[in-house]
Design a binder for this molecule. Structure first.
Ligand SMILES: [Zn+2]
Length: 416
């Protein structure tokens, strides 16, 4: 048994007692390693400076340094291994310098695990009349107070560095949908120039990564051109952006079919802003490893529960006297400790515990769904498993009549 040097032990003890962030234990490089394949689907492990992440993985969205209505412990209790933060929101409030001075986003939000940050591009583009785009970057007015700001690839990467993002996203223009083929091509090529500038601005550190973002709308040729441009630059991971913006699931899957096979097989693949449980099942089958979406938390705040038997609206009167759990297959706090009737009461009474409990439940459901897919890939029966999951959603639909209302998230408002 080898004793650790006493200075190391005392440094660690002093860091622990002083509340300082303990440095990453390993200087290992960032990487993704496949452990199993089933058709195009992959199960793997992503290694990062802030711990490993089993893939495929769903990343809860913590836009402004919090997964809305959830404590960090609550997020951890769902099995989530990595969360998102957002450059746009955090640059406006409280500001990247303040987050950095307070020890970085991990310490600020009590999430020592991996954090991926959006580049801010998507939110800035969503501002519409409040922003002007030029070849160098975007000037925009804050949605909070109207103050003027500017984001360029270099500024976005500097902010993500100050936040201490484990995974930094390249700054891109999320191509509007619909758009003319000329607009899509020009937008994609601008994003590829920005990807090059983003890469140059990125400070490489062991266990940290930058992902490039494939654009090109629904045009397979432009998507292929975008992949080639990004591969020439070289990134630790590759994201597919510009989807789930109103094109519909069939079109989105067609784009994935044309794009995912072109991505390097040894790097993680991230489908941005997607999606419904069915979107995740369909995309995992196509070889996507990482997802984020506000649907589970937003739905949770509006009384909608994703369950193994479809979507429930807990405001519905038929739950008012129901002593059963939201989902008998779920181990979250709401399902272990409370009845549908109690959840119904909380939402009817406008009590904040309702959104808290249902946000945790929905994130837990997404985590359980992804774990099920991962295990099915390892077993080699993803197709049968996915069919069984979908059959159960359908069976619930028949039994529950009108309970299966659509989640109703506006696609362009998906990051809050
Ligand atoms: Zn639950």
């Amino acid at each position: 048994m080898s004793a650790a040097p006493s200075w190391a032990a005392s440094a660690a003890a002093s860091a622990a007692t002083s509340g300082l962030a303990v440095p990453a234990a390993s200087g290992d490089a960032f990487g993704w390693k496949g452990v199993a394949r089933d058709g195009a689907a992959r199960a793997g492990v992503m290694r990062t400076a802030h711990g490993p992440v089993a893939t495929p993985v769903f990343m809860p969205v913590g836009t402004a340094g919090t997964v809305k209505a959830m404590t960090a412990d609550g997020v951890r209790s769902t099995g989530a291994a990595i969360v998102l933060g957002n450059t746009y929101h955090l640059m406006l409030r409280p500001g990247p310098e303040r987050v950095q001075a307070l020890g970085g986003l991990h310490r600020f939000m009590d999430w020592p695990g991996p954090i991926l940050t959006d580049s801010g591009g998507f939110q800035v583009m969503s501002l519409g009349a409040l922003r002007t785009l030029d070849a160098d970057g975007v000037t925009f007015r804050s949605h909070l107070d109207g103050s003027k700001h500017r984001l360029t690839p270099e500024r976005s990467i500097r902010i993500q560095h100050a936040l201490d993002a484990t995974i930094t996203m390249a700054f891109d223009e999320c191509t509007p949908y619909p758009a003319t083929p000329e607009q899509v091509a020009a937008s994609m090529r601008l994003s590829m120039r920005w990807a090059e500038r983003s890469r140059q601005a990125f400070v490489a550190r062991a266990g940290y990564a930058m992902f490039g973002i494939v654009q090109g709308g629904t045009d397979a040729g432009l998507r292929a051109e975008s992949v080639a441009a990004l591969r020439a630059i070289g990134f630790e991971g590759y994201a597919v952006g510009g989807l789930a913006v109103g094109e519909g699931q069939a079109e989105m899957l067609r784009v994935l079919d044309a794009t995912v096979p072109l991505l390097p097989p040894d790097r993680p693949r991230y489908l941005m802003g997607v999606g419904t449980p069915d979107d995740l099942v369909a995309s995992v089958a196509r070889g996507v490893d990482m997802f984020d979406c506000v649907m589970p938390t937003r739905a949770g705040r509006t009384a909608r529960a994703y369950t193994s038997r479809g979507v429930l609206n807990l405001r519905n009167a038929r739950h008012a006297g129901d002593p059963g759990p939201v989902d008998a297959a779920c181990g979250c706090t709401a399902c272990r400790r409370h009845s549908r009737a109690y959840l119904h009461h909380l939402f009817r009474a406008g009590e904040m515990l309702g959104p808290m409990l249902l946000s945790e439940h929905n994130i837990r459901y997404y985590q359980d769904l992804m774990r099920g897919l991962r295990e099915a890939i390892v077993r080699g029966d993803l197709e049968a498993h996915s069919a069984a999951v979908r059959a159960e959603w359908e069976a619930g639909k028949e039994g529950q009549g009108s309970a299966l209302d659509p989640p109703g998230a506006a696609p362009l408002d998906r990051h809050t």
